[in-house]
Design a protein around this ligand. Structure first.
Ligand SMILES: Cc1ncc(COP(=O)(O)O)c(C=O)c1O
Length: 385
């Protein structure tokens, strides 16, 4: 069977390889501690689960949902954006329900990219920016995130010809995998750049609510002119520990929202209304629920940063996300180091190169295990040769 060229152009999925190794280790009796995957271990708040339970019994919810999502959910998104970021949105035209933000990010290029158009995407980064572009026959061009620039792209370094061919630019703050954050001034620079080159900005805000020490991440849509040039992807996955539920939303420029909506009308039939009703409950929960969650992750962050620093690893303390982005301690290629750690200790860390070539030289640790398991991981890492 021959695959289409666009499938063959998708880069190898390093994480599938790692998953295979983990499965075989577990089969051979190793107690693997995975610090690899960004999937919260803490359960979804009970209010949300109870809300789904009730909503699932309403027969009206057993039928096809609307393509763009229930107006009740989109209203709740708009109110949440207003309360959280002071961003005013029209829920009818400026909010679109998504089957998780991944789905929206993956479909964006199908709406706006013609063959040979360029899509700029931050690298290292969430692999879907690049793969979504490939699936739309566009040309993905990485913009490096480097420590010298606090993992912010240097927009002035983007070649002018490339910028002219670009239709979309994917950015993500708080950032996966580097855990970097930005302030509004950076987003203002992005708006000017996008206006100058007529580029649609897609800002991925999946980790906007996971932050510590009083830090609050800004929304791209807060800055003047942002609504003219782009949209923001929001996810309930990390905010409310709902990765399995598959719900998120896109918010921003109405023409961009309409274009993405057009693709979706033709490839999916929306999100189960029971889940949308539960998501309304989530968005209306008091902020204390998110704060409590963040306190748990903050304690884990402190534990790991202190513990790994004692081992001589250089570990920056992130203000947001549940990731630690760490220079490879022995300077070896990140894949070799991750393999060695797994073989010698049964602990899974992710090689930075899995997030793109500019991720080489780093490993990522996800704080998605209990303190007890993290302590066990630290004990084992201490014995690393
Ligand atoms: C940066 C980033 N964006 C988007 C997503 C997708 O989230 P979801 O599709 O669950 O909303 C993830 C998931 O890990 C992510 O790390």
């Amino acid at each position: 069977m021959e695959y289409a060229d666009r499938i063959n152009r998708i880069p190898p999925y390093l994480f599938a390889e790692i998953d295979k190794t983990i499965t075989s280790k577990r089969k051979s009796g190793v107690d693997v501690i995975s610090l690899g995957i960004g999937d919260p271990d803490i359960p979804t708040p009970k209010e949300i689960v109870e809300s789904l339970s009730l909503a699932s019994q309403k027969t009206v919810n057993h039928r096809y949902p609307s393509y763009e999502g229930m107006i009740g959910f989109r209203d709740a998104c708009a109110v949440w954006m207003k309360n959280r970021f002071n961003v005013e949105l029209n829920p009818e035209s400026e909010v679109l329900t998504l089957i998780g933000s991944k789905e929206g990010i993956a479909h964006m290029p199908l709406a706006f990219v013609n063959p040979s158009d360029v899509v700029l995407y931050s690298n290292p980064g969430y692999p879907v920016y690049e793969v979504g572009t490939i699936l739309a026959d566009g040309i993905p061009v990485p913009i490096p995130l480097e420590s010298e620039n606090d993992f912010k792209p240097d927009l002035s370094a983007i070649d002018i010809k490339t910028a002219r061919k670009a239709r979309i630019m994917h950015l993500n703050y708080p950032n996966n995998p580097t855990a970097a954050t930005v302030e509004k001034e950076f987003f203002s620079e992005v708006v000017s750049f996008a206006k100058e080159h007529d580029i649609i900005v897609c800002h991925d805000a999946a980790y906007s609510e996971v932050s510590f020490d009083g830090y609050k991440a800004p929304s791209f849509l807060e800055v003047d002119g942002a609504l003219d040039v782009g949209i923001e992807f929001h996810s309930l996955s990390k905010t409310f520990n709902m990765t399995g539920w598959r719900i998120g939303f896109a918010a921003g420029n109405p023409e961009v929202i309409a274009g993405l909506g057009k693709v979706k009308q033709n490839v999916d039939s929306g999100v189960f209304q029971g889940i949308q009703e539960a998501a309304i409950t989530a968005l209306n929960l008091p902020a204390t629920i998110i704060e409590k969650n963040n306190r748990i992750i903050q304690a884990r962050r402190n534990l790991m940063v202190d513990g790994l620093s004692r081992l001589g690893w250089k570990v920056p303390k992130p203000k947001a996300t549940f990731y630690l982005w760490i220079p490879v301690p022995d300077g070896s290629p990140s894949i070799d180091f991750a393999k060695k750690v797994l073989d010698e200790t049964g602990v899974v860390v992710t090689p930075g190169v899995g997030f793109g070539k500019y991720g080489e030289g780093y490993i990522r640790i996800a704080l998605t295990q209990s303190e007890q398991r993290l302590k066990e991981a630290l004990d084992r890492l201490e014995k690393l040769e």
